[in-house]
Design a protein around this ligand. Structure first.
Ligand SMILES: *Cc1c(COP(=O)(O)O)cnc(C)c1O
Length: 403
């Protein structure tokens, strides 16, 4: 059965990008600060800020760079403790280490969302900042998180790398914390190969991030759109005071991203309806369970996560092999070798691997399958059929003998 769809190819890049790139190849104008105004990167920042309803945007080389600059802009002391969820991509604790801070991990539940009780308990533990990673676009209880952090005056950075288009109580994910960071890596909702952007309403934070991203000398002036005395004062204040890390985005990336922003609403709508269709089908199997989203959350998925229920490690591995045999690749976050989303593989964590039994148990049964928005109903059925049949392949024979 190998008529299964390719879930790794992205959508074609809109034709407008080709025209713009051709223009740039002729002029050689690839650096964001060469043009006196309206460079593609600058236009992207303006368009993205408008799309998100935020005051400022800064485009950079990756979401990891955006997270790093966010931490640096918060001006945390060396070895400051930054609370992050234990279910995230290795890039998140890496950005904390890169910023000379210490990641502190909290538990994540079977529904892939932060365990608020554990979060609250660790928040009192000398935490200077929080990164909420909306892993695979799953939104934790942002009302509880913001209220706990606001009470203690702890800044929240949202890692919305994989959440572009998601909302919480109607608010866009990435606009709830002090800073929101997004990725344009190829497996995310908008694909430039690599790239990232941060958004904030805070002039002093963005001024620092702009300078540190590599706006040397007075290039910060190209980030001013119209009069903004708060921003101008912050640039004046930070001039020559900060190191330049050179994490800028180039014009080619911006040209690839800009025409995709208009596709976002459709991708979100199709991704959500595809996900919900496959979720309903998978939930019909006794062995597969797709956790419910939280009620205030409207998701923008391009993949599906589900848990295997009442099975052993061995059966979980056999299920992934059977699905692969049927043409659908499933990764089990906690069982595939050297997985970058399993916290015990982050050997670079200062202080060694923390003890997080709930997250560990979840990761060993949590399966992940890509489900890009462009798939047709027929292709979704091929994927759902294969996953349901793979569960039956592995689990039914074992159960038939009364084990
Ligand atoms: C992809 C991703 C990142 C890293 O993004 P890059 O742009 O590749 O640096 C961080 N966090 C999450 C949740 C991601 O999905």
């Amino acid at each position: 059965m190998h008529n299964s769809p390719n879930v790794y190819d992205a959508e074609p890049i809109p034709e407008q990008a080709r025209i713009e790139i051709d223009r740039m190849l002729n002029s050689g104008d690839l650096f964001r600060y060469t043009a006196p105004e309206n460079a593609p990167v600058t236009l992207l920042e303006q368009e993205f800020a408008a799309l998100m309803g935020s005051r400022y945007a800064l485009a950079v080389s990756s979401c990891s760079a955006a997270l790093f600059l966010s931490l640096k802009a918060l001006d945390l002391p060396r070895d400051a403790r930054v609370l992050i969820p234990s279910f995230t991509f290795a890039a998140v604790p890496s950005s904390v280490v890169h910023a000379d801070c210490v990641p502190v991990l909290c538990e994540v539940g079977e529904n892939y969302r932060i365990d608020i009780k554990d979060f609250e308990a660790r928040l009192d533990d000398n935490i200077s900042a929080v990164i909420i990673s909306h892993m695979r676009g799953h939104t934790s209880d942002m009302d509880a998180i913001m209220s706990l952090c606001n009470t203690r005056d702890i800044p929240v950075i949202e890692d919305a790398a994989h959440s572009l288009g998601t909302t919480w109580s109607g608010k866009k994910i990435g606009t709830i914390g002090r800073i929101g960071c997004f990725s344009f890596q190829s497996y995310k909702m908008v694909n430039a190969g690599e790239g990232g952007i941060l958004i904030t309403d805070d002039a002093d934070l963005v001024a620092q991030a702009v300078i540190m991203s590599g706006a040397y000398e007075h290039n910060w002036a190209k980030h001013m759109t119209g009069r903004d005395s708060a921003l101008e004062a912050s640039f004046a204040r930070w001039q020559n005071q900060l190191p330049l890390y050179n994490l800028r985005m180039g014009n080619l990336s911006a040209a690839i991203i800009r025409p995709q922003l208009g596709e976002l609403a459709r991708r979100v709508r199709d991704g959500r309806s595809n996900h919900d269709y496959v979720a309903t089908r998978l939930n019909s199997s006794a062995w597969l369970q797709v956790p419910e989203k939280l009620s205030r959350e409207e998701r923008a998925p391009d993949s599906i996560q589900f848990n295997l229920v009442g099975v052993s490690d061995e059966e979980t591995r056999a299920f992934a092999a059977a699905a692969s045999e049927r043409g659908v690749k499933v990764q089990v976050f906690g069982l595939s070798a050297d997985n970058a989303r399993a916290f015990w593989n982050w050997k670079f964590l200062p202080g060694g691997t923390p003890d997080l039994p709930a997250t560990r148990a979840m990761l060993k049964r949590a399966c992940d399958t890509r489900l890009p928005a462009r798939l047709t109903r027929q292709e979704l059925d091929i994927i759902a059929d294969a996953l349901i049949a793979a569960a039956e392949d592995v689990m039914q024979p074992a159960r038939a003998y009364g084990t």
